[in-house]
Design a protein around this ligand. Structure first.
Ligand SMILES: [Zn+2]
Length: 91
C-alpha cells in the first residue's frame, strides 16, 4: 500500500491507521459503502475519492487494454464509457 494518502477535501495527509479503519468499515459492508469521516477536516468522503500516491480505485470489474491500434486516447475511453453506459476510471 502506498505510504502517501491525502484528503481530497483539504489536502492533508491521511494516516495509514485512519485509512485502515475506513477500509475495515468498508469491508464490513462488502465495500458497498466506501464513505468515512476524515480526521483532518471532518469531511465525509470516500475511499474512492481520497488521493493516493498512485492512481487506484475500487471496482466491481476491470478491463485491461493492451496495445490499442490507435493508441490509448480519451476518445477510446469515451467510446467504452458509452458502450458500457457507465463512467470508467483509467488506472
Ligand atoms: Zn481533510
Amino acid at each position: 500500500m502506498s505510504d502517501s494518502i491525502t484528503c481530497n477535501v483539504c489536502g492533508k495527509p491521511i494516516a495509514l491507521e485512519e485509512w485502515q479503519e475506513a477500509m475495515d468499515a468498508a469491508y464490513a459492508t462488502q465495500f458497498e459503502d466506501l464513505h468515512f469521516v476524515t480526521a483532518c477536516c471532518s469531511s465525509v468522503t470516500s475511499l474512492n475519492s481520497i488521493v493516493y500516491e498512485y492512481p487506484l480505485g475500487f471496482a466491481r470489474f476491470q478491463i485491461a487494454i493492451r496495445n490499442p491500434a490507435d493508441g490509448f486516447t480519451d476518445e477510446l475511453v469515451d467510446r467504452l464509457q458509452q458502450v458500457l453506459n457507465m463512467p470508467l476510471r483509467v488506472i
